[in-house]
Design a protein around this ligand. Sequence first.
Ligand SMILES: Nc1nc2c(ncn2[C@@H]2O[C@H](COP(=O)(O)OP(=O)(O)OP(=O)(O)O)[C@@H](O)[C@H]2O)c(=O)[nH]1
Length: 672
Amino acid sequence: MAHIDAGKTTTTERILFYTGKKYKLGNVDDGTATMDWMDQEKERGITITSAATTCFWRKHRINIIDTPGHVDFTVEVERSLRVLDGAIAVFDAQAGVEPQSETVWRQANKYHVPRIAFINKMDKTGADFNAAVQSMVDRLFANPVPLQIPIGAESEFDGVIDLVKMKAIRWYDPDGTEYGYEEIPDELLERAEEAHEDLITHVAEFDEEIMELYLAGEPIPEERLKKAIRKGTLANQIVPVLCGSAFKNRGVQPLLDAIVDYLPAPTDLPPVKGIDPDTQEEIDVRPDENDPFVGMAFKIMVDPHVGKVTFVRVYSGSLTKGSYVVNCNKGIKERVSRLLFMHANQREEIDYIRAGDIVAMVGMKNTMTGETIVADGTRKVLLEKIEFPEPVISIAIEAASKNELPKLSKALQALTEEDPSLKTFVDPETNETILSGMGELHLEVVVERIKREFNVNLRVGHPQVSYRETVKQEATAEGKYIRQSGGRGQYGHVVLKIEPSKDGISFEDKTAGGVIPKEFISAIEAGVKEAALSGVLAGYPMVNLKISLLDGSYHEVDSSEMAFKIAASMAFRDACRKAKPTLLEPIMSVELTSPEEYLGDLIADLNSRRARIEGFENKAGLRIVKAHVPLSELFGYATVVRSLSQGRATHVIQFSHYAEVPEKVAEKILGS
Ligand SMILES: Nc1nc2c(ncn2[C@@H]2O[C@H](COP(=O)(O)OP(=O)(O)OP(=O)(O)O)[C@@H](O)[C@H]2O)c(=O)[nH]1
């Protein structure tokens, strides 16, 4: 995981090369990287989807997911961190911690994922190992502990010093396959000894035995030190730091050693908590092959050769191909016809999987990302869902001719199944198909895929902001849906209160004494939630509402779920109109990095975009500006930054929060 361009894909490629899964070195720059298999990834030189792959090192199986660095594809990072047990955070030795690394670091914190840091690009001009490590402290509040220091930097970079073994490691051929341990060069001995002592004092903070040995001035055996580093890493108390240059084939084998030595095996982890969907009781899901099978689907992909595959992390038990599983979220049975290990763009058929594996399943039809599957006939378990952010930006698309409509709908179904941050719907007013996603690049990539992979000619509108609606005060309203025109009538009657809340939409039944029979309450809730999908101001989805059902009445014969649903929707819309409805817009956090001389112009420009400047920082001779800016003001921003700074400023935009649209601006949006 890392910021865009830190070198994740290059590092992963090297790992595949040295572990023997690939016989030729692939490069991102000439489009031969195996991990970036989608055409657009090769053309754009970025990772878009995260491919899962398996390799072996020192008799350990390592499952790797190479994640994208661009903010528009954070869902890939989110789901990968949700199912992986450890992470390598790759940093650029010259740039240090960059904005997107902060985001992924927070995501890894959320899932308590132990990490190792790899300071890559030690060969690059301006590479500075110590500054990069310090930036982990300053910007990530991490506790980095170097296990290596570099020998030289920039074009002089020539290997690393292993502070655990207290040896130098040097590589002897351009491919980096031959390497060996040597004595530490004299001129670096003093620095290495200081760094070694630093390592020990760090580890001694949480390992008493090492503290005692250290205080007594006794040598600490290598194995003992490694054990302590492993303990600290697993407990997320320290982050071991290594360095190298993936591009120049230096430093990757020790990184593989560190994965084996310091990152957890599935069996090192505490049981995962699940719940029984029927009784809501908590269940411990243990990483034990002999327990019943429990797995989580975390990615759906259409593989060009095998068709639809579902990537599953196995948390417990084992499964053979051809077995039936039960999807506990949907209560349906699915058959797993084939099991595959994916090696980037190749696949290996297997018969049997077990706890800890990450595997591609073929045959499941209805299981979606984030759903739990168990072996048929065993206890049901629900694992915690994966959270995905809401899309903030939309475009209208249209098939160029009617004949292409079936292909378009097939494309949309496949792509939304694959990508939970992509939403699509038909605008009832204009009849246009709307695609909503995380950013301009995200939607651009999706549109290209529809054109190329599904062969649909498309007309594409301009990007639009996904607004939301909410209310500013409390209001109560009544909804009656009563029809008595011969035969069986309709009778639904509810009184609802709505009020602003912090997030989401919640519904509570506050009626007592059966004024409305239980079986209609869920129809009322469904009616309210459906109505909330399009707000009363301009039809945008409503958020941040608490809805209470206060009162109502029913009719012995005429009441039906449908009648209550309609009554609820009427009451809800009426209450919203009374409760000061208001428009919300997505606010993005923008981080600009620029040489001082362009700062004035860039800030003046930001101010013209309703920006709120949050602060300034200095880093490596550059100025960093942090600001909050409404998304509607940011279309085409990249071009402006480029021209105002002669291409020398860079920026990162990511979603921050929703905020009320100022009245003047809202009038314009609603009037249009
Ligand atoms: N000098 C130098 N360049 C490197 C090194 N590693 C990677 N690069 C270059 O940095 C660029 C980005 O590398 P990638 O491996 O695509 O980076 P990434 O982190 O996977 O990028 P995204 O997937 O798009 O987020 C490419 O041009 C690489 O050749 C390195 O060790 N030294």
